[in-house]
Ligand binder design. Sequence first.
Ligand code: HEM
Length: 196
Amino acid sequence: MAGLIHPLWLRITHWLNALAVVVMIASGWQIYNASPLFGEVRFPEQVTLGGWLAGALLWHFAAMWLLATTLLLYVVLGLASGRLRSKLWPLSLRGAARDLRAALRGELDHSDLGRYNMVQRVCYAAVVVDLVLLLLSGLVLWKSVQFPLLRDLMGGYDSARVVHFFAMLFLVGFIAIHVFMSLLVPRALLSMIRGA
Ligand code: HEM
C-alpha cells in the first residue's frame, strides 16, 4: 500500500507487545509486593494484577510467552525486511542530545512520520535491549538451576532480582514518555493503528 509507514506485522507485534508489557508490569508489582526487594518500596494494590502471589505468577508466566514471541517476531522480521536497519540505524548519542534540545524548545520537525529522530531511535533501540535484559534476568529468577551460566552472568540469583527490578523501572519510564509523546503527536498514534 502506497504511503504505508508501519507494515501490518509491525503494528500487530507492537500492540500485542504493549498488552504483554502492561500485564507483565502489573503482575510483576504484585509478585514484588509478596517479598519486597527494597523494604520501603511497595506498589499500591490498585495498580497490581493477580490479587495475590499465585494469581500474579499465573498472569506473569502467561504474558511472558506473548512478550517473548512478539519481541522475537519484531526483531526477526525487522532484520529480515531491512526495516530495523533503515529506521533505527545509525545511532548517535550526540545526535540524540541535539534532537532532545530541539524537542524541548518545540523545534523538532514531525512532518515526516516515516523517519525517526535520533531521540526516538536511541529510545526504541534501548527499550528492545531492555526487554531482552528483562527476559533473560526473568529466566534466571524462574529457572535458576537450569541456567547456571546466565545466572552467573547476572552476578547470581540475588543480583538478577536487582537487574530485573531496574530494567522494569527503565521500561516504566520509557512507556510514560512514549505514551505522552504519542499523545502529543496524534498523527503518529493514528499511523501506528492504521499503518499510514
Ligand atoms: C499503549 C501504549 C503505547 C502507545 C500509545 C504507543 C505508541 C506508539 C507510536 C505512535 C509509535 C509510532 C512511532 C512514533 O512515531 O513514535 C510507536 C512505536 C514504537 N513503540 Fe510504542 N506505544 C505504546 C507502547 C509501547 C510499548 C509498551 C513498547 C515497548 C515496550 C513500545 C515500543 C515501541 C517501539 C520499539 C516503536 C518503534 C517501532 C518501529 O518502528 O520499529 N511501545 N509506539
